[in-house]
Design a protein around this ligand. Sequence first.
Ligand code: GTP
Ligand code: MG
Length: 879
Amino acid sequence: MASEAEDEKSWKDLLRKMLPAGAPLPDEEHLDYSIAVEYQGPPLPDDDLPRVDPVQIDSLQTSSVTSLSVSDLSSIPVAVPVAQKLSRFNRVRNGAGVKEPGSSSTTSSSAPKSQLDLQNDREGSEFEGADQGFSSELPVQDSNPQQKPMETTGGKRAAVVTFNTPRDSENEDDHENDNEADRSSSPQSSATEPVGSPIAWASSPGRRTNKRGICSRCGKGNRLKEREWCLVCDAKFCSNCLLKAMGSMPEGRKCVSCIGQPIDESKRSSLGKCSRILSRVCSPLEIRQIMKAEKECPANQLRPEQLVVNGRLLREEELAEILGCELPPQKLKPGRYWYDKDSGLWGKEGEKPDRIISSKLNVGGKLRFDASNGNTKVFMNGREITKTERRVLKLAKVQCPPDTHFWVYDDGSYEEEGQNNIKGNIWGKASTRFICSLFSLPVPPGNQHGTNEDPTTPSSRSVPEYLEQGRVQKLLLFGLEGSGTSTIFKQAKFLYGNKFTPEELQNIKLMIQSNMYKYLSILLEGRERFEEEALTENRATSSAAEESPSVVDESEQCIYAINQRFKHFSDWLLDIMATGDLDAFFPAATREYAPIVDEVWKDSAIQETYKRREELHCLPEVAKYFLDRAIEISSNEYEPSENDILYAEGVTQSNGLAFMEFSFDDRSAMSELYNENYECPPPLTKYQLIRINSKGLNDGCKWLEMFEDVRAVIFCVALSDYDQMWAQGSGLLCNKMLASRDLFESLVRHPCFRNTPFVLLLNKYDAFEAKINQVPLSVCEWLKDFSPVKPHGNIQSLAQQAYYYVAVKFKELYSSITGEKLFVAQTRARAGTSVDEAFKYIREILKWDDEKNDNFFAMNGDDSFYSTEMSSSPYVRQE
Ligand SMILES: Nc1nc2c(ncn2[C@@H]2O[C@H](COP(=O)(O)OP(=O)(O)OP(=O)(O)O)[C@@H](O)[C@H]2O)c(=O)[nH]1
Ligand SMILES: [Mg+2]
């Protein structure tokens, strides 16, 4: 390792070469402002830089520290041609020291390097400022009280622009580690290590704290700051230190001292993916080179000894064969895999198939029967298949009783072992390919097998998209009956361009028409009940009054009475409903009976009955919406409007499971930032929205197990349910909000969703707003502690306060189970904009979650813009 003196000399030499002949070396005063001001020793010879001992820094007094704010910097000319930027880049590549000589602000042409640094610093500072705006200013928690004055001005963290030496950062790290021994050894090491050399700190990884967001080099920052990670040692750097620590990145993002070393495997998925911070400090051309090197350089490649296939370690040539084949496994990571070379199926050992790769590769050992840990007694090419595979085969109508042995070829054709009779093509049907995609089973890429299905059926229409399963993000939408999941689902369909086909529209029309009869029959039945009750009451009161039985014209006295014609119609309809034969009469009867439906609905007896709709259990809110238009809806020409479809019940209730695929414009403010250096934006992310209604859930939760790679669970709760009762499976009535909470809890605890983020949609906010002033939230046992702050002098409405309170209750519950943060959004599902906002919010959560996992952007969930933290809720009654 070069000594400090040598290192300083070498960068000074380099600087001289870069400057015009005879130009003086820039003085030190812009180098590290805080340090330069502090230096009070005798004048130094030109070649001797002030060396500041970290201990000395510790002892600095606040008064002697000058900080330069971002606004000060803006007066310094900062235009830097690309060539200069590159020359700086190369300088770092050459391993020159990192303690940057500054330039005088007036000699712009003679000091390209330090101007760039200033620019970088400025950019970094600006960004940090923006960050703070986003995070509502989090002060850095610094455990070193002496250090604090260095960074504070007037009690607030100033945007200090310094060229911090690693000595400083070590020092800060030391404090964070509380490692006295380390600290005392620092001055000594400064004698042998070049000040500011990345090697100086990189060779002592023990010094690095894993504190979120703290730069491993300068020791500054907080958990909200963007950082770039070293792919090898996990050290992280702020935008100021990034290039100094990583140099020209010949193997991608590695500290200079980590070059040549294999990457940390947990970061493999981020190879070649540029981060925002990098795109800020490098030009697009540089980024392209770095990303290419990161993906392609030998040191970052998988090594054969990292892979076991069918129980055997791979050899060099086998790995080459896998990686070089036509259809290699994507994103291959070290691990144990199984491979069926006849079908091309490939998966992780003990798991269901993950993808289909090229067949007939000579790699690994022999496929074992228990390779995927199946227990179905159904075998495919000798491997016992998993339950999910069997379920999908069954849905695809492939006969597979126990002890079936299939032989599947790489074109998808299959036969029973030893029968020499091809029975069909497993992936031939579009519907099968769709089901595979839904349950995360692989399908051959491309539509190579054609389709023998009618291209107008929904499943075959969308097939090419389903095949791109790698990029589809599954969103599971749940909720208790009536919470609004199907409304949200339909809104998403309208919003994101999924049109209903003419066939679907026709079915919806029939459904709306038949629902109308259903609603009317509920009203007629209720009317009968109310009439009987009223008459019984009448009889009781009149017999008590007169003591003598008299003939009373009962029908005239009761507001629930209807005329004979209506009575006939009512009896006929209720009989049909009782036998469950409604569909047999429609649509034939629809037009014929439309006038009488209209008349009956407008009849005063029915209107009186409707007034007591709270007592009619199954009458949905939308009954009036449709019955008011009975004639129009019954006509042949009727075409359901978007609203009709939205309000119609039953549109999404097939098997308790409905799905759709969509994508929407991803260019949020954040993604624009991210992509600003790229010519072509990345393809739109596809989402698959899967709605399971609560009936489907009750079914032993069998569906859940099949959705293992869900990106997010969206749980929908109707806010206005807090005063509603609901019949549980056992028939017992309970508060509907409590029932929702219990269902939510059971999903959160479900092992399938252990690592899946949850988003809670508190829906029906409009109905909630209307109700909350009439019915106190505390009628729900779980919400009885709600104590609103009096509206007087309080800008938040009662509904808003109540909403936050409910959100917090769910958040508390969620975090008590998972220790994680629950994301909450408010919706009014009948309004498209509200649902659109909710999905955009969900999209940001997914991006955030991705970035969190990729370690690119270590932001804590607590800082979500949408946070409704407990601490922020003043509505929890303080005991
Ligand atoms: N006022 C209001 N009504 C809503 C809202 N969201 C849904 N609804 C209505 O509430 C009723 C139930 O909504 P659905 O979307 O069918 O609820 P679900 O979750 O699908 O329930 P099931 O279909 O019973 O499984 C429908 O009449 C919707 O029109 C909302 O935000 N505000
Ligand atoms: Mg519904």
